[in-house]
Design a protein around this ligand. Structure first.
Ligand code: FES
Ligand code: FES
Length: 153
């Protein structure tokens, strides 16, 4: 039985190995390469996508786990919170090498969708699983506050 689910609003099917990591399916079969492979063991957040709006580590998520559900990648991210985050990322020039930033934006958008006025502690807690080897953490935190102000205004 193929695995069927929604990817960025489009119905998709996977008729290969149901244990294939979702990240592989999205990058190799759907050619959506914004989500990155970092550690492969759920430790860095580079592969973060949303499953029903909740951030997940797709390097360890088998395709079979998303049967009948809705998956969103960085390519399909579109909401007031997402747009505020993307604008703040540009305005504060958050990105350095960029490798982690798709995952950072997915995590930040999920945070602001659930909590539109996060404290520093809320931000640190929500974002602590998303590592950045360029250490852009201070700009990420500032950009999330900027995005929160945009959403409030
Ligand atoms: S590649 Fe998935 S958490 Fe690092
Ligand atoms: S911007 Fe380089 S790893 Fe985060």
């Amino acid at each position: 039985m193929p695995v069927s689910f929604t990817l960025n609003g489009v119905a998709v099917q996977h008729d290969g190995d149901p244990a294939m990591p979702l990240l592989w399916f999205v990058r190799e079969r759907r050619e959506l390469t914004g989500s990155k492979f970092g550690c492969g063991v759920a430790m860095c957040g580079a592969c973060t996508m949303h499953l029903e709006g909740t951030p997940i580590r797709t390097c360890i998520t088998p395709v079979s786990a998303v049967e009948g559900k809705s998956v969103t990648t960085i390519e399909g991210l579109s909401s007031p919170a997402a747009h505020a985050v993307q604008q703040a990322w540009r305005d504060l020039d958050v990105v350095q090498c960029g490798y982690c930033q798709s995952g950072q934006i997915m995590a930040a958008t999920a945070l602001l969708t659930q909590n539109p006025a996060p404290t520093d502690t809320d931000i640190d807690t929500a974002m602590r699983g998303n590592l950045c080897r360029c250490a852009t953490y201070h700009r990420i935190r500032a950009a999330i506050h900027t995005a929160a102000k945009t959403l409030a205004g």
